[in-house]
Design a protein around this ligand. Structure first.
Ligand SMILES: CC(C)(COP(=O)(O)OP(=O)(O)OC[C@H]1O[C@@H](n2cnc3c(N)ncnc32)[C@H](O)[C@@H]1OP(=O)(O)O)[C@@H](O)C(=O)NCCC(=O)NCCS
Length: 195
């Protein structure tokens, strides 16, 4: 069991929360819904080298790191259980690269968040997710910045945030700007299910 809370008395609440999180994740990829979606661009060459977000998270007991090989199935299962099968596929791509292009947030030996790049397509950031219980503690911001710095170190000049609704999150954290006419972008022609 890779969830934080396993006590029987709160299991039903957790199932509700999990369903809500999955719905949120699906909405993030939904087209034609209420929320506007687009790709965004990040100027990695303007991003500072400060990796202080690692120690900032360590102070609240959260380790930001890349998963190692034996964790692969655990990471994929956790993302599928807490977000969606599509995001689990993208994590599978990212974690299978050498070196990997996926970062995890770990607290008390449990996964609480993840972020990937070069998973949807080369140069693309995403998906990203933080367990509902731990949102609002700058963990998402730390995971995003870890990926951006890793990309910058590899020599990328720009990162593309794929198909987002969370514009303010990316603007505030890494100065991202919306890419004009980027909906539905690369996601438009994907096959979702075999009939
Ligand atoms: C988006 C997400 C990863 C953010 O993680 P988080 O750890 O809660 O974010 P942080 O605490 O680092 O937030 C950093 C800042 O961004 C803001 N922010 C966070 N999530 C936001 C959102 N969805 N939309 C707009 N702003 C957001 C926060 O208010 C905070 O602003 P502040 O510095 O002024 O206080 C998290 O909400 C999540 O997992 N959402 C569900 C999955 C999802 O939607 N992923 C993005 C797909 S495009």
């Amino acid at each position: 069991m890779h969830h934080f809370f396993t006590k029987p008395d709160i299991l039903s609440k957790l199932v509700l929360k999990k369903n809500r999180t999955e719905q949120g994740a699906r909405r993030c990829r939904k087209r034609g819904g209420e929320k506007r979606m687009a790709d965004m661009l990040v100027k990695l060459y303007h991003l500072n080298w400060d990796a202080g977000f690692i120690s900032e998270q360590a102070q609240q007991g959260v380790c930001i790191r890349k998963p190692v090989g034996p964790e692969k199935h655990v990471v994929i299962d956790w993302v599928r259980a807490n977000f969606s099968a599509g995001w689990a596929s993208e994590v599978d791509v990212a974690i299978s690269r050498v070196p990997g292009t996926c970062f995890m947030a770990v607290k008390a030996d449990q996964f609480i968040g993840f972020a990937c790049y070069d998973a949807t397509a080369l140069g693309f950031f995403g998906p990203i997710g933080v367990h509902e219980t731990f949102r609002g503690r700058r963990i998402g911001s730390a995971l995003l910045r870890a990926c951006m710095l890793d990309m910058k170190l590899k020599g990328y000049g720009y990162a593309i945030i794929g198909d987002t609704t969370a514009f303010a999150f990316y603007e505030k954290t890494v100065g991202a700007v919306e890419i004009a006419d980027s909906t539905p972008g690369i996601y438009g022609s994907r096959v979702k299910h075999n009939k």
